[in-house]
Design a protein around this ligand. Structure first.
Ligand SMILES: Nc1ncnc2c1ncn2[C@@H]1O[C@H](COP(=O)(O)OP(=O)(O)OP(=O)(O)O)[C@@H](O)[C@H]1O
Ligand SMILES: [Mg+2]
Length: 353
């Protein structure tokens, strides 16, 4: 395992995932690749590492990357604003000399932009032409697709559908570009991919939290004074979530012992669940949740295989609710529900006591 530097901070392992993506991109585009995984598992970091450190340095590829996080998209126009930008005149020349185009994915001339805005020119036909123009292996990456939930709700459902079908066109039909779509909101992912009827034209890659060996090696390398026993305890409470472990390190000196700090983190996670119960759940729903939690504590996951239709729907609703607040994580490929991160398993243990 290797710890590299990326943007001035440690980048831990991910060798296998990097190999996976690089060999995936070597193949001819045939299907859309959905990258999914629990909240904060490292999807964006991994994708951006691969783009910046590897792909952008390889002139075989032309990369377009859009991260929808923090971008307000609720209509056709705001969607266009997010992916299109008016081209400056001097840029026209240099544009295709670069092999990546980060942040403003498609740059176009003012008059074309105007036509597309007025829906006088078809957006997706235009985009297809842009992919044709590069003459390179195209890679189109869309991160945080859950941000588009608002256009889905606000009556522009067709736009999202059209966009996804455009992604199928880029891969399966024209083989013009790889398409990678990433999110931690698998409930939404599942919904849109079913609506767009993309089952046969999709691949899936789970990016999960890091493993024990990764965390051990990383923490030992940092000289923070943790013993191997300490690291076992940290992993027992926080799993391979770098985000939680960094929080632990940042506040480490405010607690008399490691155990007390970890216990408080579990207590906070428990209170998040109680808050959700008080705010949104009936007693019946909360009991369903406890049953799910018990399965996760006992064997690591829960499988919904209730025979009774009404009960099944009730259970699914509870799963959905807790996925929305990022306490549970639903894996639509394996059809299992887990905790979004290890700290919630510790919280479930407390609630079940
Ligand atoms: N391989 C890694 N090595 C070191 N730190 C990492 C690694 N992967 C992720 N992190 C850190 O973990 C945190 C969460 O990562 P990131 O935002 O990439 O997760 P994500 O899966 O995209 O989250 P979200 O579900 O919110 O989209 C970040 O602070 C990031 O720096
Ligand atoms: Mg992300």
């Amino acid at each position: 395992m290797l710890i590299k530097q990326f943007r001035g901070v440690d980048f831990i392992n991910r060798e296998k995932e990097i190999d996976f993506f690089l060999s995936y991109f070597k193949q001819k585009p045939e299907r859309v690749l959905w990258v999914y995984g629990p909240k904060s598992s490292g999807k964006t970091t991994l994708i951006e590492y691969i783009i910046e450190e590897i792909l952008a340095k390889n002139s075989e590829y032309y990369i377009r990357y859009i991260n929808f996080r923090g971008i307000l998209v609720y209509s056709y126009d705001t969607f266009l604003d997010a992916i299109l930008e008016e081209k400056d005149e001097e840029e026209t020349q240099t544009e295709l000399n670069r092999n990546y185009n980060l942040f403003n994915v498609f740059k176009l001339e003012a008059k074309t932009l105007k036509k597309i805005k007025k829906r006088k020119k078809n957006l997706f036909n235009y985009l297809l032409e842009e992919f044709q123009k590069t003459g390179k292996k195209n890679i189109f990456i869309i991160d945080e697709i859950q941000t588009l939930q608002d256009i889905y709700i606000n009556g522009e459902r067709e736009l999202l559908n059209e966009f996804l079908n455009f992604c199928v066109r880029l891969t399966k039909e024209t083989h013009l570009s790889h398409v990678v779509i990433s999110t931690s909101n698998t409930i939404f992912q599942n919904q849109i991919y079913n609506t767009a009827k993309m089952k046969a034209t999709s691949d899936f890659k789970l990016v999960d939290h890091l493993g024990y060996k990764d965390i051990e090696e990383w923490l030992l390398s940092k000289d923070l004074g943790f013993t191997k026993e300490d690291i076992k305890l940290i992993y027992d409470y926080l799993g391979g979530s770098v985000a939680y472990i960094k929080k632990l390190i940042d506040f480490r000196n405010m607690y008399p012992s490691l155990k007390e700090q970890l216990e408080e983190m579990a207590e906070i996670a428990k209170n998040e669940i109680l808050f959700e119960r008080n705010k949104n759940l009936t007693d019946k729903e909360y009991n369903i949740f406890l049953e799910i939690a018990k399965n996760i504590v006992d064997k690591g996951y829960y499988i919904l295989d209730e025979k009774d239709e009404l009960k099944r729907k009730e259970i699914y609703k509870v799963i959905e609710r807790f996925c929305e607040v990022e306490i549970l994580f639903f894996d639509p490929i394996k059809n299992i529900t887990k905790a979004n991160s290890r700290i919630y398993v510790k919280a479930f243990e407390k609630l079940l006591k």
